[in-house]
Write a new protein. Structure first.
Length: 407
């Protein structure tokens, strides 16, 4: 009798596991339990240094880019900013990312679960996305606002699913650009390429064309206007600017940290671009030795990683019949090149390589979920060759594990 009950119980579980609801419950449960454990364990970083400015910037003295929007909104509710407040806001942004990511993962699993050709691939790459050291493991605890930009980007991908919601994508893209123009060099590529693919898949729909034009032009115009306005702030010096905004901060700002923020974080508001660029290359890159870790990261992680994606996109380009589809795949293959000039300017190769890798993986899941024949065929071909050369594949997996996780 107990055996019959157990069989019925497992049958119910199996039936529930095949439902659409299960596809959403699992990612929501995993990501929010994970985040909850980090919050309870006090693992969320309190902001410090440059990233404190995102909580302190307001529009009192003119339009401030890079966090002005977020700092202004925070000022509506809080007169002072404490270290604990920055941790709470960071946890809230992590929860927003967990929500947007769970929604995307749920939609992907729901659409792929009845497709035996792509289901295992989709599940595999979603797991990879979740366990990578530079995805949730970093975003959930990190003080950077990149997680907010990624949450907005993933929300845009969800909006792209329906004609009624896709019209909101340009506005969200403009908002993300206002929060930080670094959006244009990171998760923006995911949104832009998904929009372009939706335009093609819709048979060159006028609505999708208008959305593409509005999103692309809106982001570019916003970045250019913000860049021109940032020189009009009402401060005579970087020191005055830093002291003004940090007057709302209740935590300790050491003299050395203050000087560092003045000399490296806000000086571009007062210097010509040419001067600032030369300083970035000369001082930050060579005098401080940042070129060494950046070069090592690009050579040993970036290039091998993107070489693998280049093979995939090259196969997809070869398989695609339509010229416009080939063009989109070419953009998918080429966009990681932006990492090179960004590294020379910021010397944050790990940050931009990580974002480019996340975009590539998200695009791959998007194409698999939508059963793009060229991408599915290319991936099946690569998978077959990987199984045939299992020793080479195992060595490649170990190589990436060693460098990514620092084993």
């Amino acid at each position: 009798m107990n055996g019959v009950k157990e069989k019925a119980f497992y049958s119910k579980i199996k039936n529930f596991a095949s439902t659409d609801a299960f596809c959403f419950i699992v990612p929501f449960a995993v990501l929010f339990v994970w985040l909850g454990a980090l919050v309870l364990g006090d693992k969320i970083e309190k902001s410090s240094g440059y990233y404190l400015l995102y909580y302190l910037y307001t529009f009192d003295k003119g339009f401030i880019t890079r966090g002005g929007i977020t700092g202004e909104v925070i000022s509506w509710f809080f007169d002072e900013v404490t270290p604990e407040l920055t941790a709470r806001i960071s946890a809230f942004l992590s929860a927003f990312l967990a929500f947007a990511a769970s929604l995307c993962i749920g939609l992907a699993l729901k659409k792929a679960k009845n497709n035996p050709e792509t289901k295992s691939f989709v599940l595999f790459f979603i797991i990879i996305l979740c366990v990578l050291p530079f995805s949730f493991r970093t975003f959930f605890v990190d003080q950077k606002f990149d997680k907010l930009l990624w949450a907005l980007a993933l929300l845009c991908v969800v909006f792209c699913k329906h004609r009624a919601s896709i019209i909101f994508v340009p506005a969200v893209c403009v908002l993300a650009t206002l929060i930080n123009s670094v959006f244009l060099f990171t998760s923006m590529f995911l949104v832009s390429l998904v929009l372009l693919q939706k335009f093609y898949d819709s048979g060159y729909s006028k609505l999708n064309l208008a959305v593409c034009a509005a999103a692309y032009s809106g982001m570019i115009a916003t970045a250019l206007i913000a860049l021109s306005l940032q020189k009009n702030i009402q401060f005579d010096s970087a020191a005055e600017m830093v002291d003004y905004f940090f007057s709302r901060y209740t935590g300790e700002l050491l003299p050395a940290d203050r000087q560092k923020i003045i000399s490296t974080c806000v000086n571009d508001y007062f210097e010509p671009f040419k001067t600032y660029f030369i300083k970035a290359v000369k001082v930050y890159g060579f005098e401080r030795g940042n070129w060494k870790p950046s070069l090592l990261h690009i050579v040993f992680i970036g290039l091998p990683c993107f070489a693998c994606f280049t093979v995939l996109w090259a196969k997809a380009i070869k398989s695609a019949k339509n010229k416009f589809q080939k063009f989109i795949f070419s953009l998918c293959m080429a966009f990681p090149l932006i990492v090179i000039p960004l590294t020379v300017f910021t010397w944050e190769a790990s940050r931009y390589c990580a974002n480019a890798a996340l975009v590539q993986l998200c695009l791959l899941v998007f194409y698999l979920v939508n059963s793009n024949s060229a991408v599915v065929g290319a991936l099946k071909d690569i998978s077959a060759k990987a199984r045939q050369n299992y020793m080479v594949s195992a060595c490649a997996a170990v190589y990436f594990a060693i460098f990514l996780y620092g084993v």
